[in-house]
Design a protein around this ligand. Structure first.
Ligand code: NAD
Length: 336
């Protein structure tokens, strides 16, 4: 069966990395639906020439458009990335997050149900093998103290409008499985890094500010911990969960790379000191500046990825130190 994959948000950071990775597969057609918000960049998309690829500029909140796409392209796979994704923006302007992350996800579920199924648990002929993958975040679990890991059983406790909107979308996805038998799988991943991330996020900001010899802003005391996942490792996990994940299940994806924000900033500065030294023996480290903390800033996220490792055979191939070197080299080319 030819896979007709609807990728939402394919011009964003993770979506574009996924498209570029996935476009190597034969026997697939990719339809990328993206609203092209400020977070998108079509230059991120660098797919193989012979990939059967269509781009549609549009909003997942437009139900008519989403339904048309399901019909026109006979969609049998959905990989749903599209979201408002920046926590700081969700604090300043939460309304957009409610629309895209909740209403948009609802539209995709509803369109999939209408296109794939006659009634709850009864598939239309030829639609029995369809699958819907929802990409979510570990931020739905709230925050951890010094110890412990998020598992798939950790109760949801979102703390920002962003994580609350993603938690709501996860609940909708869950309900479409339990109520209608829609063939869904959800992944909750930790912080991604790598090429093609928007300037506003932590790692691109550190590199950009350093190269411009401007102050590098770090929230609070820099002790907040994130579990960093190289974006290509994430894309491979997404593909496994899409094709092999058990329907109705959720899978945590994390790189086992817990690092404090200050460690990230220092590692990048020390690497730049070697590969792009400043004049007069100065160090990029002197640019690090602590700024007022973000309201409701979660202290620590860390993922137990043993379910996807044991059940689907996924493993992170990149550790933070190898991944950050590739990432710095990519941004050096971009910013210069
Ligand atoms: P991103 O902000 O870089 O990209 C989002 C993309 O979605 C953009 O291309 C944007 O134009 C598009 N989009 C936004 N609203 C839309 C709408 N209404 N209709 C159609 N397209 C729309 O995001 P990202 O970092 O690539 O994240 C992708 C997904 O992964 C999100 O669902 C996010 O919650 C999740 N996630 C990201 C991270 C991370 O570290 N980046 C971690 C965990 C989970």
């Amino acid at each position: 069966m030819k896979l007709n994959i609807l990728v939402t948000g394919g011009a964003g950071f993770i979506g574009s990395n996924y498209l570029n990775y996935k476009s190597k597969d034969d026997n697939i057609r990719i339809i990328n639906l993206d609203k092209l918000t400020y977070a998108a960049d079509l230059d991120n998309i660098d797919i193989y020439d012979n990939c059967d690829y269509t781009f549609t500029k549009g909003d997942i909140c437009d139900l008519n458009l989403v339904e048309r796409i399901f019909e026109e392209y006979n969609i049998n796979r959905v990989v749903h990335f599209a979201a408002e994704s920046h926590v700081d923006n969700s604090i300043a302007n939460p309304g957009e997050f409610i629309q895209t992350n909740i209403v948009g996800t609802f539209n995709l579920l509803q369109a999939a149900f209408k296109n794939w199924m006659d009634t709850p648990n009864i598939f239309k002929k030829g639609k029995e093998d369809c699958r819907f993958l929802h990409i979510s975040t570990d931020e739905v679990y709230g925050t951890l103290g010094e110890t412990g890991l998020f598992t798939e059983e950790t109760p949801y406790a979102p703390n920002s409008p962003y994580s609350a909107s993603k938690a709501s979308s996860d609940m909708l996805v869950r309900s479409y499985f339990h109520t209608y038998g829609l063939p869904v799988v959800t992944t909750n991943c930790s912080n991604n890094y790598g090429p093609r991330q928007h300037n506003e996020k932590l790692i691109p900001t550190i590199i950009r500010k350093a190269l411009a010899e401007e102050n590098i802003p770090i929230y609070g005391d820099g002790k907040n911990v994130r579990d960093w996942l190289y974006v290509l490792d994430h894309c491979k996990g997404i593909d496994l969960a899409l094709e092999k994940g058990e329907l109705g299940e959720t899978y945590n994806i994390g790189g086992k790379n817990e690092r404090e924000n200050i460690y990230i900033a220092k590692t990048i500065c020390k690497t730049l000191d070697i590969i792009k030294p400043l004049k007069d023996n100065k160090s990029y480290l002197d640019l690090i500046t602590f700024v007022k903390d973000r309201p409701g800033h979660d202290f620590r996220y860390a993922i137990d990825a043993s379910k996807i490792e044991n059940e689907l055979g996924w493993n992170a191939e990149e550790n933070f130190e190898s991944g950050i070197e590739k990432t710095i080299n990519w941004y050096l080319e971009k910013y210069q």
